[in-house]
Design a protein around this ligand. Structure first.
Ligand code: FES
Length: 157
């Protein structure tokens, strides 16, 4: 069952939604914020809370790439995998991140700090190549800039 805090937060977010089910992404975001990812159990709980089926909630959770259906690291890196970033060198960005973190796309580093996920166009093509780290956009990436960003994040830990 969703915690009282999760329920209250979801109700606040979906207060003005046309139907309860139209608030499913917000509900998943709230639960993910509390638990780190969305397990099968969480899907069932959200479904029950919103009066939906688990399959309906799961189809949204699986489609939306900012909802994690597997455990992720403390920091999630979404690296853009679309054409403008590719033209501007995203292959090098992905290789650098994979080498520095010793992971392949979709994996979490051994220390649990970073999960590396490819993602479609982030809508910042004019700043390519780009990535999001925990939702924050980093643009015009270079090998040196990636090194700096990872070091900055590690230094804050
Ligand atoms: S192609 Fe990377 S932001 Fe659009």
């Amino acid at each position: 069952m969703l915690s009282k805090a999760e329920q209250t937060e979801i109700e606040t977010h979906i207060e003005h939604a046309r139907t309860r089910s139209s608030g499913v992404i917000e509900a998943l975001r709230v639960v993910q914020k509390h638990r780190g990812w969305i397990s099968d159990e969480a899907v069932r709980e959200v479904a029950e809370f919103l009066g939906m089926t688990s399959d309906e909630v799961d189809s949204v959770a699986t489609l939306y790439n900012r909802i994690f259906r597997k455990p992720v690291g403390k920091h999630v890196i979404h690296v853009c995998d679309s054409i403008s970033c590719w033209v501007m060198g995203s292959d090098s960005v992905k290789e650098k991140l994979a080498r520095k973190l010793a992971v392949s796309a979709g994996e979490t580093s051994a220390d649990g700090m970073f999960t590396l996920l490819p993602v479609d166009c982030l809508g910042a093509c004019h700043k390519a190549p780009v990535m999001l780290v925990d939702g924050e956009l980093y643009e015009k990436l270079s090998d040196e800039r990636i090194e700096e960003i990872l070091n900055e994040i590690r230094a804050k830990e």
